[in-house]
Design a protein. Sequence first.
Length: 313
Amino acid sequence: MTKKTFLRRLGEERYLQVMALCGLGWMLVFNYAPMYGLLVAFKRNYRITEALFSFDFLKTPWAASGGFQHFIAFFQDPEFPDIMLNTFSISLLKLGIGFPLPIIFALFLNELKFPKFKQAVQTISYLPHFLSWVVLGGILTTWLSDTGFINEILLSAGLIKEGVTYLGYPKYFWGIVVLSDVWKELGWSAIIYLAAVSGIDQEMYEAADIDGAGRFRKMWSITLPCIKSTIAILFILNIGNLLNSNFDQILVLWNTLNAERSTVIDIYTYNVAMRSMRFSYATAIGLFKSVFAFLLLFMANSVTKKMNNVSLF
């Protein structure tokens, strides 16, 4: 491409280029510029009153052990095994249950033959997504109290003899978090799969009808193979977010009674930063989580590329 042709193309696409530059500028300001603050993780004890963009900050002492004092302290923390167990357990349960359910829901929703009923089901299913976890947390706290909606149903059915405060028992917390997350995000997560299904060539279904294939056979042999690239991409992104256990959700459901099973990395980081004012230590934990998440994303991308020839990069 000659210089004249390149400039002419830029002129023709000037509006698109402006939009792209706006997006690039947003990323530089909000995603890359704040990475300078990662230096806090390697400082001995950063205080919030210190200005980050100053020579005084650069002159402050570095942490011991070559700057890795806070990372070592986190790995040696007695709570570290429980924190990692809670984080991985909740995330894997969400991945194992919350990832395939929207796919199944989208497949069955696509098979509905009555458009109005289909629209009603889809609207009702994704409506909870638009409610914040602050609102839903209050609803769940009320429902799961000893006099709440859930206990009333179980008492009426004779399944329990007295009300139980479910959020007060650690053994129930993982199940509550996973089920409430599915309830909130099932319909919204299914939208992208429905969009992928709508792009499938209808002639394939017509040919399958001629061959006598039933609905389940068409879903298995046509629909799923045609949307496997979408499934693979979303699976890679979910693996990359494996250490993100949804801070908002767990924060509104967390209490001292269920802390044994509800303290994940994000909650622990919040506590040491905002309550203990250990900002260098909290930054080190956040950096560790980000690096680990990148490694998971890279591995998931490599495995998916080898298996299905689909990848992000």
